[in-house]
Design a protein around this ligand. Sequence first.
Ligand SMILES: Cc1cc2nc3c(=O)[nH]c(=O)nc-3n(C[C@H](O)[C@H](O)[C@H](O)COP(=O)(O)OP(=O)(O)OC[C@H]3O[C@@H](n4cnc5c(N)ncnc54)[C@H](O)[C@@H]3O)c2cc1C
Length: 381
Amino acid sequence: MDFAPTEEQQAILAMAREVGAEHIAPHARAWEAAGTIPRDLWPKLAALGFGGLCVSEAAGGAGLGRLEATLVFEGLAMACPSVAAFLSIHNMCATMLDRHGTAEQKARLLAPAVRMETILSYCLTEPGSGSDAAALRTRAERTNDGWRLTGTKAFISGGGYSDAYVVMARTGAEGPGGISALIVEAGAPGLSFGALEDKMGWRSQPTRQVQLDGCAVGAGALLGAEGAGFRLAMEGLDGGRLNIAACSLGGAQAALERTRAYMAERMAFGRTLDRFQALQFRLAEMEIEIEAARVFLRQAAWKLDRGAPDATKACAMAKAFVTEAGSRIADQCLQLHGGYGYLADYGIEKIVRDLRVHRILEGTNEIMRLIVARSMIGGRE
Ligand SMILES: Cc1cc2nc3c(=O)[nH]c(=O)nc-3n(C[C@H](O)[C@H](O)[C@H](O)COP(=O)(O)OP(=O)(O)OC[C@H]3O[C@@H](n4cnc5c(N)ncnc54)[C@H](O)[C@@H]3O)c2cc1C
């Protein structure tokens, strides 16, 4: 057992952190106010391989493992969890295309996505089905020259912004086995979008409903085998959950570093805050928690990289633990800033807001516990 990151892994984390500090952090608040991330950011990240971190080198990706990918998201999230998480969803879709796409889909859709000339979105949730995703109702019916999709996808990150949407739709009977994955490209007839959702955090990312009203796509839109869509969607989420957890870790780390610096300067009762032992203990508790979260996340990534039989359970455990630790730490950091923590200029309140949704999406943390419990008691209700 070796817990030391390799030189390459250390360099990946340092590079992501530097890139985030240079290209993302100075603009994060302005992008939040604008409600969008400028497209010219993406090619800069793609030049470093961030457009297809776990995409095979044969398909133009960086060919990194899951562990290395989490280091990238941890580093970028130190600058802005919202931007890092948006990139993580694009990467999840790119990996799905790499694993299951045909040669034609890879050439037409994956290659520009890896270069980040195009952005990908993931469409599973519907207004009537979130946690119970296998109950989705969006239908895709075969036509003479392809498929026609009808239904509504809710809460789609990148809705109306992205260039292609990986849509899970029902092509067969009820239940998970009747679901297929189809790629719907922007501009497809019958594709439209709801209003911009007004959110607590992740405000730089556009979130909208994706509406499919008899939306026509070609026969080449099917990703993987017919009926395999739910499996593909869940497989994608194993890695996605690690990346969301890494975004919480990076956000919490940034909050903690700011707080340590703040406490060394802020005076109260004739000394700096970091001279009070009660507050030193709070710092120490956060350090213990963040380090435990980091080790746990990296172990889960290591298991997914090795295809361990309990990898799905490990990813679910890490997602729940790290996102909850991240939120607790960010909230404590806000508290230790006193009233200033509540002000946008100090950079903590945005982290608190951005991290909150990590406990809800890519499977709520209740669903993470369901996955863990099922693995313990063998799928009984
Ligand atoms: C900002 C944002 C961005 C998002 N981006 C995307 C995206 O890009 N693509 C996408 O497909 N989805 C996206 N989502 C949707 C997200 O994945 C869902 O909101 C999430 O899965 C929960 O579904 P729901 O909101 O319908 O809640 P529900 O499923 O209605 O759950 C409500 C509550 O009940 C709990 N609950 C439900 N079932 C159980 C159970 N069996 N046992 C115990 N507790 C249970 C849940 O944990 C939750 O607390 C996004 C959501 C948000 C907020």
